[in-house]
Design a protein around this ligand. Structure first.
Ligand code: GUN
Length: 283
């Protein structure tokens, strides 16, 4: 079997046209969706991701600000900045780019952003809402994956879904979202024994292992849907996913490439969440 490629770039473009229209409607009511991005330190990849997010805001006519802080910033100063943004009416979404330096507690940061501006969906209240299947901000990459599946007309109900990775930002929430859609979900992680035993049973395999070309054809069931969340650099410095694309695409039914897979959808859903927050601020 040769897999159908799920083109995240194309689906993201389609969704952004819809968002663009809704931003215009909101601006006609004198509300411009606004996103504040906080970047701590000078990690090259983080800076690149932040620039992509700011560019997407600009292209959609949204307001955005970048707050840069040095690597050595004290935790209290970062939290004070977040508090200030919590009270800023021009800002509807606050995103603190991860990872943060070791001396800063990510949990405290995600709990300081008020739930109404938590466009990353990392506040415990929003995570609780996600678990209960209630209206909330869904974390952007998992949300993007759900939209990719929908747009590719891949049904989830009753399927066996296996998630490789258990991060708070990807693995845990995507597993929960698939469960909410009636999949039977298994989580695999670094302590899982016999990974292949689980992954070869997956109708839908989500991979966020953060290891280049970690998942090979031998890990896959013939015809499976394979979603690659990985963003790594190979020996040549080229961007690549967690899935060995060439060999897996010979066996899978559907596959997302890297780049042009989950990445563009993650940015698009951030824009969607910022718009949603701005709309909700009118209530
Ligand atoms: N670092 C990598 N991906 C993300 C993301 O989706 N949100 C934040 N805040 N940081 C990230």
């Amino acid at each position: 079997m040769t897999a159908k490629i799920i083109n995240g770039k194309e689906i993201a473009t389609k969704k952004r046209i819809e968002i663009d229209e809704k931003v215009k409607q909101l601006k006609a009511k004198n509300v411009t969706p606004g996103l504040a991005v906080i970047l701590v330190g000078n990690n090259h990849d983080s800076r690149t991701f932040v620039n992509i997010k700011l560019k997407a805001c600009e292209e959609l006519g949204m307001y955005s600000i970048l707050i840069e802080m040095p690597e050595e910033i004290r935790e209290e100063e970062l939290l004070a900045k977040i508090e200030e943004l919590n009270g800023d009416p021009k800002i509807h979404g606050i995103l603190v780019q991860l990872p943060l330096p070791k001396h800063i507690d990510e949990k405290k940061v995600s709990e300081t952003i008020i739930p109404a501006k938590d466009v990353d969906g990392l506040h415990p209240i929003n995570i609780g809402r996600l678990m209960k299947g209630r209206n909330t901000f869904l974390p952007c990459a998992p949300y993007g994956i759900i939209v990719l599946l929908e747009e590719s007309e891949i049904s989830v109900s009753g399927k066996k879904a296996v998630v490789v990775g258990r991060s708070n930002i990807v693995g845990k929430p995507i597993g929960q979202l698939l469960l909410n859609q009636n999949a039977t979900v298994t989580y695999c992680h670094s302590k899982t024994r016999d990974l292949k035993l689980h992954t070869t049973q997956a109708d839908i395999l989500i991979v966020d292992a953060r290891i280049a070309n970690f998942i090979k054809a031998e890990h896959i069931k013939e015809g499976a849907v394979v979603i690659d969340v990985g963003m790594n650099r190979n020996e040549a410095g080229k961007l690549c996913g967690d899935v060995a694309f060439d060999e897996v695409s010979e066996k899978a039914g559907y596959i997302t490439p890297v780049p042009k897979g989950v990445g563009p959808m993650t940015i698009t859903m951030l824009m969607y969440n910022t718009l949603k927050s701005a709309k909700e601020s009118l209530r």
